[in-house]
Design a protein around this ligand. Structure first.
Ligand SMILES: NC(=O)c1ccc[n+]([C@@H]2O[C@H](COP(=O)([O-])OP(=O)(O)OC[C@H]3O[C@@H](n4cnc5c(N)ncnc54)[C@H](OP(=O)(O)O)[C@@H]3O)[C@@H](O)[C@H]2O)c1
Length: 247
């Protein structure tokens, strides 16, 4: 598999899963652009990824910043071949204690952010282009306190299913990769400190391959769906979780 000559954008590519995806695409020859909201994280990630990588500060929930991002990509690269809409986050919010602020912030990033990240990218993309949305197994098994997060990730699946019909004939494919728990800083921070070790051990046991995911596990699935090898795959949600959500 080679992405030589291809231009790829990974939103939220400055840490965790997005960083893993950016590294994988760069190692396969793509010129990679990563985004995030913090310059220092972006600079460190650009160094770590190497190759033809560029970091552009842009908050996906801010439409003007998305316009500036795509104007910069148009001016420097003219085109975009691969888009990975990865920027997102989770919250623990039990019914009865869900706040409007939590709702607004997570829907603004995980759904509004993805909708406009993709819509505004399309004019730069042509036939052979590939979009991969990063979902979560919370879309099918949210579990306790994860209803709001799970709703945003379930929403991505239906965006993809509708969008592939909307852009029928464009030659651009759109798929979703939904990870189970992946070893990132945000996963550790997600759980209350006093329960973290216990929860992580339970999650490890649930995986039928006996471990939690690594960013590289997700990156390999994304690279496949972005490649021509997946040319007949469109609108799927590929679950990458060591089988945990299937049993
Ligand atoms: N880790 C897991 O176990 C897991 C499991 C299933 C799904 N996921 C999904 O995978 C994706 C990445 O998660 P992760 O664990 O890798 O998280 P992470 O390490 O916190 O990385 C998130 C990335 O997104 C950026 N980001 C966050 N909000 C943003 C915004 N509004 N605009 C632009 N960039 C933004 C962050 O940089 P800045 O903070 O500098 O903006 C960072 O680069 C998310 O969509 C998450 O829901 C994660």
């Amino acid at each position: 598999m080679s992405f030589e000559g291809k231009v790829a954008l990974v939103t939220g590519g400055s840490s965790g899963i997005g960083l893993g995806i950016a590294k994988e695409l760069a190692s396969l020859g793509a010129k990679v652009i990563i985004t995030g909201r913090q310059d220092a994280k972006l600079d460190a990630a650009v160094k770590e990824i190497g190759g033809h990588t560029k970091g552009i500060k842009a908050d996906v929930s801010n439409l003007q910043e998305l316009d500036t991002l795509y104007a910069a990509i148009k001016s420097e690269y003219s085109t975009l071949d691969i888009l990975v809409a990865n920027a997102g986050f989770g919250i623990l919010a039990p019914l009865g204690a869900i706040t409007e602020e939590q709702y607004d912030s997570i829907f603004d990033t995980n759904l509004k952010g993805v909708i406009f990240t993709v819509q505004k990218a399309l004019p730069l993309m042509g036939s052979g282009g590939a979009v991969v949305l990063i979902g979560s197994t919370a879309s099918i098994q949210p579990g306790t306190m994860m209803s709001v997060y799970g709703a945003t990730k379930a929403g991505l699946r239906n965006l993809a299913r509708s969008w592939i019909d909307d852009i029928r004939g464009s030659g651009i494919r759109i798929n979703v990769v939904s990870p189970g728990p992946v070893r990132t800083q945000s996963l550790y921070d997600f759980f209350p400190a006093e329960k973290r070790d216990e929860i992580l051990a339970q999650l490890e046991t649930k995986s039928t391959v006996g471990r939690l995911g690594q960013p590289k596990d997700i990156a390999k699935a994304v690279a496949f769906l972005a490649s021509e090898d997946a040319g007949y795959i469109n609108g799927v949600e590929l679950i990458v979780d060591g089988g945990a959500s299937q049993i």
